[in-house]
Design a protein around this ligand. Sequence first.
Ligand code: PLP
Length: 446
Amino acid sequence: TTFPADFAARTAASAALFERAKRSVPGGAGSTARLPRNGWEPYPLFIADGEGSRIRDVDGHEYIDYLLGLGPMILGHRHPGVTQAVVDAVRDLGTCFGLPYELEIEAAEKVVAAVPSLEQVRFTNSGSEAVGTAVRLARATTGRRLVVRFEGHYHGWQDTVYWSNHVDPHRAGPAAHPRPVAMGPGVPAELEDTLIVLSWNDPESFAALMAERGDEVAAVLTEPAVFNTGCILPEPGYLELLRELTRTHGAMLIFDEVITGFRFARGGAQEWFGIDPDLTTFAKGIGGGFPVAAVGGTREAMRLVADGTYSHSGTYNANVVQCAAVSATMDVLAQPGLYERQRALGDRLARGLEAIADENGVPAHVTGIGTVFQLWFTDREIRNWRDAAAHAREDVFTRWYQEMVVRGVLFHPLQFENLFVSLVHTDADIDETLNAASDAMRVVAR
Ligand code: PLP
């Protein structure tokens, strides 16, 4: 690799743990996303601990953390209030009853109060489970089979949706009529017939599809802003069109707010853009870093869940750790002025990075919303996956990530991911990051 020469010496303890891990953990890490092939070359950093906006690796280096556990740590690491609430609840109540209890209601009430379209919510364990639940519920409710989704979006690893995230455009065919492409082996090919995949931010192809097959569509599933292809915002009117045509054709609109939920506004993307979906999924962020996810919607959308016709089951659904974490996180997020302050901080970082790229003659621009964005290494506009695949300079991004990590700033190593600013990052963190960025960008520009 092109890694700065001192990387191997700096990370000897990580290298040793990786060798040890590979013997008992397949690939040496607990998720495919953490393997060298997904950017963590030549091996992932092994982490000792984290506190607030910082994490430390096993070689003792501290990093300003913009990875945030891939998103969940919106309150930083070891948030004192949330940690205490979970410890107290586990000590005083237990962990899992297989029956309902009052703290579950409290957590649900607070989530419903925070998110505009929600009247009811169920808790579960991961974003993938939440999306799987929403998709099957839409099919059960409408009695239809087709799900419309978009290239470059990611909705978790379940067979029904593990398609067309980042696939070579040559395999997917023309942008006007992409073919669904499974993201890996083991996904039954038969499921292709249950999906329609479209290019995002393309009102014409969506309107044409709905005109032709709208009455067969159970659900339109979308990230309301695409954070699984760097960061791509909806063009004016696009989400409105999704809302209008799903309503016209009796299809359900599902917002996958696993990343956007509670991220840059308490009510998520639906509050930010002013669009109410029928169903919403949440995960990263909702529990302040504890493993919990949720699926919710209007009372009407949750009707079959409420009457038991639709079986949303799960031994660990709404366990004590989850509900204590959600309840305490919702309390923190309700602080007045919190989001305004942190969006301004994120904007300062974004504008600063753009300026540094510009000063060094490196073509780059930022897209995002306050506390989550990406620095695209291209001056071409990115409206959807096809643009990203064609124009974004992944090689330049890799170099950038590498030069930043040796300067104590941790980003995700891939151009098609993004950079998270937590609700506890400070002005000092941003100053330090911009200082490191000035040095790193000079190297990138060479
Ligand atoms: N939906 C979106 C938008 C996501 O970004 C992710 C994870 O990255 C998921 C669903 C899946 O969530 P989980 O990894 O918790 O299963």
